[in-house]
Design a protein around this ligand. Structure first.
Ligand code: NAP
Length: 624
């Protein structure tokens, strides 16, 4: 049906939109001082709000049309960013955040300092993995004109978004933050896109930017061995056509963090008469309709799938070992309205500022991680922000479960929010109140022929068991074998206390090799979406490869001294944070490894980590 864009339609669009984004986009077009004088959306009076909406509608009625605004000057950009949040930021924060609104399509990506030098004969980079970070890396090589090959064991690009196809899968941070700056205003149909749409977006990127043509699917890396005499990697790769050896001057591991599913083996599992499935291995023809289903686990995956499964299944048993803090997201599951789609397409700048506001909500998260001793001495539990969030989320649990004390008692965690990766509520709490859903918190003792037996001796009869039990996230660079200088095995190098890397990317004795989204790289705080980080890390690699080739060198490696210094500082920083303290329940957290070390996250304040990854400390590297 044809949409009539009249004044009423435009008004609906503006009112459905993010009013901070509306204000800044409009100010960028008009420089109307009255707009600058208004406060942020949360503080608008009714009258202020009417002024803003009317100004926007008036302007759009005359000026709406396609197009994106020019990049503002740094001074103007910073003023607009401050206006959007109502807060000033430091120079460090500005540097880290200035590309969130994504006026520049390719920020961070490395460039040649002069014309591209002649490359050594046969020079080639190999990227393992064609998910988000592998694509970001491929595009860096495209931009530099460096020959590269991407190998992926899957039959298509997309990485985790190609692999995971369980019911209910979707992004749990806003779709708009899942876009690369060079491919913006994707027509997402939902505020939080479902898995297949993310897959389509990534396929589109792979095709449009040339990476697909350089990718070989169905290829699995078995081992990588550094040849010191030639400064290159020998990669043993298998595919349905057999085994082959591929040579790489540069090896980039873009393997993803959630790669190796944790597949529990319960006693009696072989004798279970039904089907056991891990969400990452969901068979395409598996349908829970009419089935009795056990969902084991309440992490982001388990919580995402219970409600859609319960709508179809005869009965669902939800097995919870540890309660999680599970929070709501506005517009989670909602379609992007026609009016908002129009706003995105017809209001120049709105996309940029909505994206900025979508990320800005996370700028303060570091505050949840740092204890406040004074507050604790006065009777507080952790710090004011954290305690308030705990109380708000507890109230949310009560409301969602309609005050059912039997559920509330078992659902409220005894550790602080943000100790673990926050989980988003996809109607999980509500589903627990349905007649066909039971929450089971008795420990699982074994599987019987007919179902799941718990410590109280009850057998829960089911046809299907979904083990939403997570991933072996501490197994970096695994199961392939990596041998660096003098045949050193990377797992042996890491044996004392688990995987480590310099900036999450480089390991001494493993020259010309990089890991994207490697050990201790997942930013904990500071507000920059993961797709932006993939580009930042790929650009770091780009900078080093540019230097290598411009210097006519053949090997780049982090020094042992820099690696050790970095990790010492990282451990010291980690120890200050909630995640390693008692109230963070580190023993129950997959971010913490078996040695009690923070393993997955970068403990740094986001803008600090951004600086480390964008301003190369050349003295930490050996280039020869
Ligand atoms: P997870 O967070 O590690 O959760 C695993 C769950 O299984 C936990 O509840 C765990 O209990 C339970 N469990 C593990 N082994 C068990 C056993 N033997 N018996 C009983 N329960 C067991 O894994 P996930 O849910 O797959 O999520 C992993 C990560 O993937 C997330 O943190 C997130 O980063 C990402 N993810 C993102 C999205 C998205 O929307 N973007 C969606 C899904 C996942 P305990 O807590 O007691 O260990």
């Amino acid at each position: 049906m044809e949409t009539t864009v009249d004044r009423a339609f435009i008004r609906r669009a503006v009112e459905l939109g993010d009013l901070n984004a509306v204000r800044v986009a409009l100010y960028q077009q008009t420089h109307d001082p009255e707009l600058a004088a208004l406060p942020v959306a949360a503080k608008l009076t009714e009258r202020d709000r009417e002024v803003l909406v009317t100004k926007a509608v008036d302007w759009l009625e005359v000026n709406a049309g396609p197009g994106m605004p020019e990049e503002p000057s740094p001074t103007e950009l910073r003023a607009l960013m401050d206006m959007a949040t109502g807060e000033e930021m430091s120079d460090l924060e500005f540097e880290a955040r200035r590309d969130i609104p994504a006026f520049r399509p390719f920020p961070w990506y490395a460039q040649w300092s002069k014309a591209r030098p002649e490359l050594p004969e046969g020079f080639k980079a190999v990227v393992i993995g064609s998910g988000f970070s592998g694509l970001a890396m491929g595009i860096q090589f495209e931009l530099l004109g460096i020959p590269y090959l991407v190998l992926d064991r899957q039959p298509e690009p997309g990485g985790t978004w190609s692999i995971n196809r369980y019911p209910g899968i979707r992004v749990d941070t806003a779709s708009i933050t899942y876009e690369f700056s060079f491919e913006k205003n994707h027509p997402w149909t939902e505020y939080y896109a479902q898995g297949p749409e993310v897959r389509t977006y990534l396929e589109h990127i792979a095709k449009k930017y040339g990476v697909l043509a350089n990718t070989r699917f169905g290829h699995t890396l078995q081992s990588a061995t550094f040849d010191e005499s030639r400064n290159l990697w020998q990669l043993d790769v298998t595919s349905p056509d057999g085994a082959e050896t591929v040579e790489a001057n540069i090896l980039v591991n873009a393997l993803g963090t959630f790669t190796n599913p944790r597949l529990p083996q319960f006693e009696g599992q072989d004798g279970f008469g039904g089907q056991v499935v891990h969400p990452s291995q969901w068979p395409h023809d598996l349908d829970a309709t009419g089935k009795r289903v056990a969902v084991i686990g309440n992490g982001s995956t388990g919580v995402q799938m219970v409600s859609p499964i319960a709508e179809k299944a005869e009965h669902v048993y939800v097995f919870q070992r540890t309660p999680q803090w599970i929070s709501p997201r506005e517009k989670y599951g909602a379609e992007v309205e026609t009016e908002v789609r129009w706003l995105l397409d017809s209001f120049p700048g709105y996309w940029h500022w909505w994206r900025y506001m979508s990320v800005a909500g996370l700028f303060g998260t570091h505050g949840f991680l740092v204890p406040d001793e004074e507050w604790q001495a006065g009777g507080g539990t952790f710090n004011p922000m954290s305690d308030k969030l705990r109380d708000d989320l507890t109230a949310y649990i009560r409301a969602q479960t309609e005050g059912r004390q039997d559920l509330v008692d078992r659902l409220v965690p005894d550790y602080a929010p943000f100790s673990r990766r926050p989980v988003v509520d996809n109607g999980w709490y509500r589903a627990l109140t349905s007649d066909n859903v039971d929450l089971v918190t008795e420990p699982i003792t074994r599987l019987t022929e007919s179902g799941v037996e718990t410590a109280d001796g009850v057998v829960h009869d089911v046809d299907l068991i979904v083990t939403a039990t997570g991933f072996d996230v501490v197994k970096y660079l695994w199961p392939a074998r990596y041998a660096g200088r003098e045949g050193l095995d990377v797992q042996e190098f890491w044996a004392p206390d688990g995987p480590r890397a310099y900036l999450g990317m480089m390991v001494p004795n493993f020259p010309n090799m990089f890991v994207l989204y490697g050990p201790n790289s997942q930013p904990l705080s500071g507000g920059t979406s993961l797709p932006m980080w993939y580009v930042i890390w790929a650009s770091y690699v780009g900078q080093l490869v540019v230097r290598l080739l411009e210097d006519d060198a053949s090997s780049v490696e982090v020094t042992l001294d820099a690696y050790e210094r970095y990790n010492k500082a990282l451990d010291a920083e980690s120890s200050k944070l909630l995640l390693l303290q008692d109230y963070g329940a580190p023993e129950k957290n997959y971010y913490v490894n078996e040695f009690g070390r923070l393993q997955v996250n970068a403990p740094w304040y986001g803008p600090d980590f951004h600086r480390m990854c964008t301003q190369v400390a050349w003295d930490d590297l050996e280039i020869s």
